[in-house]
Design a protein around this ligand. Structure first.
Ligand code: MN
Length: 224
């Protein structure tokens, strides 16, 4: 007869297994399911367009990802996302793409993709990049150059910076979700609407409340 502690362990393992099963985009159950963006039906993802109405252009996006993007903003970077929102053919395929452009010394600030691992290839320039693990927060970082590849495991806080003072840099990332999502740490903590209590944040960050108020009064720009 199973002891109560082994039953508890079994229940915990089952809970973990079912959580793992929904942690990634589910596998497709047909060749394709081009998103019907005009359907009012709410499902996990998007409902399928009539397969007979699908044509080659549904699997094509003239994204011009070979072209540099404007990086004139506070953080000096620009992320161009190619995901199910602007490419309905990606629906149910569990994949998306992003081009990241960096101004000289530009930063892609610490952020999380709640639904995807990110595989980054440096197209141009030299980047300092890395990610931080779950508590107790080990940092894995590296300086990478054109042609190098680095992986940010799913849901880890990660970042990049162009180390060059005088020239731009660029990277291309593939992500294993049709809709990876982005949580930018600074804007999530200090720029939420409505704001998180400044009493709470002052205690959490162990700083004066007026510093929190100053941070909360800043404009937290999204770089995508
Ligand atoms: Mn990222």
């Amino acid at each position: 007869m199973a002891s109560s502690s082994s039953l508890f362990l079994l229940a915990a393992l089952l809970a973990l297994a079912s959580w793992q099963a929904i942690a990634f985009d589910p596998s497709p159950l047909q060749d394709f399911c081009v998103a019907d963006m005009s359907s009012p039906v709410r499902v996990n993802g998007f409902v399928c367009k009539d397969p007979m109405a699908v044509n080659s252009d549904d699997f094509f996006n003239p994204a011009m990802l070979d072209q540099p993007r404007d990086t004139m903003n506070k953080v000096g970077s620009n992320v161009t996302n190619i995901n199910v929102d602007n490419f309905p053919g990606l629906n149910t395929l569990g994949i998306s793409l992003a081009r990241i452009d960096y101004a000289p010394l530009g930063v892609n600030p610490p952020h999380i993709h709640p639904r995807a691992t990110e595989l980054l290839t440096v197209l141009e320039g030299t980047l300092y990049l890395g990610f931080v693990t779950s508590n107790p927060n080990r940092l894995f970082s590296k300086v990478v150059k054109k042609g190098d590849v680095f992986v940010f495991p799913k849901a880890m806080i990660h970042f990049q910076m162009n180390l060059a003072h005088d020239k731009p840099a660029a990277a291309l990332s593939s992500l294993n979700s049709q809709n990876p999502g982005v949580i930018t740490v600074a804007s999530a903590v200090f720029g939420s609407k409505p704001p998180i209590s400044d009493d709470l944040l002052a205690k959490a960050f162990q700083v004066e409340k007026k510093l929190i108020d100053w941070l909360q009064s800043q404009f937290w720009e999204n770089n995508y």
